[in-house]
Design a protein. Sequence first.
Lengths: 336, 229
Amino acid sequence: MSFETCKDVWVFIECFQGEPKSVGLELLGQGRKLADGLKQQLCAVVIGKDVDAAVKAAAEYGAEKVYVVKGDEYENYSADAYGHAFLKLCEKYDPNTILVGATVNGRDLGSKLAVSLHTGLTADCTALSVEEESGNVVWERPAFGGNLYAQILCSETRPQMGTCRPGAFKKGQPNPENKPEVIEENIHTPAEQIRTKVVEFIKAAEDQGMRLDEADVIVSGGRAMKNAENFAVLQELADVLGGTVGCSRAAVDAGWMPQSRQVGQTGSTVSPKIYFACGISGAVQHVAGMSESGTIVAINKDETAPIFEVADYCIVGDLFEVVPALVKELKARQQA
Amino acid sequence: MNPFDKNALETALQLKDAYGGKVVAIAMGPQQAKAVLREAISMGADEGYLVTDRAFGGSDTYATSYILSQAIEKLGPFDVIMGGKQAIDGDTGQTAPSIAEHLGATRLTYVLDLKAEGDKVIARRQVEEGIEVIETKFPVLCTATKESNKPRYATVSRKLYSLRCDIPELTIADFPDIDTTKIGLKGSPTKVKATFTPKRTATGVNIEGNSPAEMAGSLIDKLAEAKVL
């Protein structure tokens, strides 16, 4: 792809059974910012069998153009079919920047595109901006280990690509009046080119708890919980506030909580209204997954714990005393 | 060894237990990475190879996956290539699918298990909404997750063997046809512009109190004042 001719910021609108996932719409908000910085257009890419809902959502969330590839072979995601369709679009329209949600399939598609286009892909970005003089996107992400963030550039190849995790950014305000140009491309992928076939789908059993990314209140515990049973203490607080329980990686590694409850770089990225960090030290990987929360309350015995640097309210104390006291007080006030 | 890589190795060992064959462990990195390969051998891998060279240093995901794809081509052919879904902290989850793309191989990420039925492969793949049952053919590259299995422990005899067995090295000299514009720092399309410690300015309000009950009351007051509750 040529540096000189490439243009526009593309956002992949991933769908599940015809419904657009939130992450694509979240990325349209970031894409808008980049497109403005680059003085280019914001375009959405929709691939699927039923695309109407996604096209409509892409319009409402600010796309100026929507590229659509429609066909039975796109009913389920496959790297072969989606990759083929997306690469054909790239060949024809030569994008400058591509944003993809860091979902199971988005990570797969992103790496396929980047390798095929011989370009760079920065994963799990937590902040995006444009370096105006060079036209490079500055991709910001937590660096390997340590308490570090890195700014990454893809300065010699185009398109420049990045993935961002669901929930890392908030969706913008939808505008039903926005009417983008919808460009439907007739791209088909021959059946023999699609080497994987979904023969059955088993819907996940309804999770025991509320989904982390949908909860308004999350009460998370870390290493200080000491065992699985102690999470009941946090569950009580979550119940009183109509929220759910999360945890840090330490609690998953110890086998106290399932990975589906993990908040952080290798778990979920969340932005509830209130986030309680109980006995969580606040490693950069955990903070990357919760720093966008509306209000952060940290409870920790160690007053030097880095979690206090991101918290809005800090309680230096034993969570096993403070959390039950909170539950008691909240219950008393609710009854009053 | 990365926990997810242990799951990947376990999947490979289970396939070997069921269908026979050979399990080859490949790692890229400095000499210290041999310890990881010895651990793989102690768990049951038949051989371990270290891909190592100064010229490979500084590689990003693109370059790393290209180099590993070259190593796999050299040591193969393989029926199944397994990788962990991602490194434990801060990795991208994109190296393994990128290897597949360099190889032109079929790939399935986040695989819980896979079995052979004639010339077909049936795999269960974990996605956000549930589990996909997928039919494909060998050869296939898969990534494993924590939910895939419980990695086995090393036996004492394998452990002893792993300490004395040879871990061959593959250096750039072993890849006469490698495209040197795609390796190392120079061959990496992404460059680190800067690293920084997140500027955390502690602006939080300290909740004081003589007892947990006092602190709890004070916090709830403040949350209510801020209209958070």
